[in-house]
Design a protein around this ligand. Sequence first.
Ligand SMILES: C[C@H](NC(=O)[C@@H](N)CCCCN)C(=O)O
Length: 475
Amino acid sequence: MTNTNKIQQTLRDSKAARWGALVLLASAMFFGYIFMDILSPLQELLQIQREWDPAAYGRYAGSETFLNVFVFFLIFAGIILDKMGVRFTAILSGSVMFLGAAVNYYAVSDAFVGSSAETFMNNFMNLPLSWWNITPFFDGMPASAKMSAIGFMFFGCGVEMAGITVSRGIVKWFKGKEMALAMGVEMAIARIGVAVVVLGSPVLASIDPVSVSRPVAVAVLLLLIGLISFICYAFMDKKLEKQLGENDEEKDDPFKVSDLGKIFSSKVFWLVALLCVLYYSAIFPFQKYAINMLQCNLSFSAEQAGWIFFVFPLGAAAITPFLGNFLDKKGKGATMLILGAVLMIVCHLSFALLLPATQSVLVAYLGIVLLGISFSLVPAALWPSVPKLVDSRLLGSAYAVIFWIQNIGLYAFPMIIGSVIQSSNPGVTNPLEYNYTVPMLVFASLGVFALILGFMLKAEDKKKGYGLELPNIKE
Ligand SMILES: C[C@H](NC(=O)[C@@H](N)CCCCN)C(=O)O
C-alpha cells in the first residue's frame, strides 16, 4: 500500500466517523452553552429565594470570564491543547466544566443554607466594591452568590477551554473536507442551547415546589453527559491518531512555547483577533441588555420582548450551517465578515434611531432578523478562517489567544454599556424608561471598527494570498 492510500483510509475519511466525532464534540458544547445561561432567566427567583440583588447577580455573571482574562487561564489552556492534544484537553475541559458547575449547584441548593460552607463564605473575601472594580466578590454579597461565583469561574475556564478544543478537533477531522459546515453545525447546536435555556429554565424552576436550584441540577447532569461524550470522542481520536501515525507532520515538529511569538508577531492574526473582540463585544454584551432595550422602546413586558429576542439565536442557528456550507464550496470568507459587520451596523443603528422614533414592532423584528443573519455570517466565516492563517501546530494557542482577547471585551463591555446607560439617562430611576440611543450607538460604532478591520483583512489576504476568499474543499 502506498503512503497516499494509507492517508486516504483513515477514520476521518469515513463520513459517518467524522460526523460521529462532531456529534460527540458538539453535544458537550451544547450542554456547556446550556449551563452558561441557566441562571439568566431566574434573576427574580434568585432575589426572592437566595437574596441576590442585581449587583450580586452581576458579579456572579462576570465571574465566568474572570480567571480566563485576569489569570490568563485561556492562554495556558491553548498551550495545554497544543502540547497535550485534543483528547486530553477535551476530557480535562469537560471535567473542569462539570466540577465548576457542581460547586455552582451546591451553592444555590437547599443543602448550602445553614451549612458550615455558608458560614465560611459569609466571611470570605469581603472586599469593598470599589476594589479595582474587577473582583467577583464584595462585602455584603450573599454567601451563596460568592460560592456560585467560585464554581462559575471554574466552569468558565472549562467551557472556554472546551470551545478552543472543539474548534481544534473539528479542524483535525474536517480539514480539506466540510470544515466550515461542521463548525457551522456545531455553533448552530450551541445557539439552540441558548434558546432552550431561555424558555426551559423558568419552566423547570416553576414546577411545584418552586426551586431555583432544580434547573441547575438538570444542567449539571447534562454536563456529566457532555463529559461522557468527550470520553467517547477520545477513543475515536486515539484510533485516528494511530492511523495517522508517521504521516502526522506535527509529530516531526512538535509545539514549543517559544513558537507563540509567531502568533503575536503576525499582522493577519491581530486583524482577526481585533475583529473578533469588536464584533462579539457588540453581540454578547448586547444580549444582556436587549430585552430591556426592547421593553423601553416598545412598552412591552419582559415576556413579549423575550419572544422578539428569541428569533435571534434560533435564526442564527438555522442559517449558520448553510453559510458554512457556502464557505466550504465557494469561499468568500473575508467578504462574509465585511457583510456581517455591515448588517450589524444597520441593526444597531436602527435600534438607536429608528426604533425609538417609530416604536414599531416590525422595526424591532427586522433589526433582530438582520442581527441573526449577521451573527451567522461572521462566526461561520471567522472560525474556519483561522487554520488558513496559522500553522496547525499553533492552532490551539491561536484560538486560545483570540478567545482571550475576545473575553476581555466580553468582560468590559457590559460594564461600559451599564455606565453609558446611566450617564445618558440622568435622573431616570425606572429601568423601563431608559433611552437606549447612546448605548446602541456605542454598539454600532464597534461594528464600524469591525468593518474597517474586515476591509484591512481582505486587503492583507489579497496581498499575501492566505486564501480567505477561496473554498475549503478543492474540487
Ligand atoms: C465559537 C464562538 N464561541 C465563543 O466565541 C466563545 N468564546 C463564547 C463565549 C460566550 C460567553 N458567554 C461562538 O459562540 O460563536
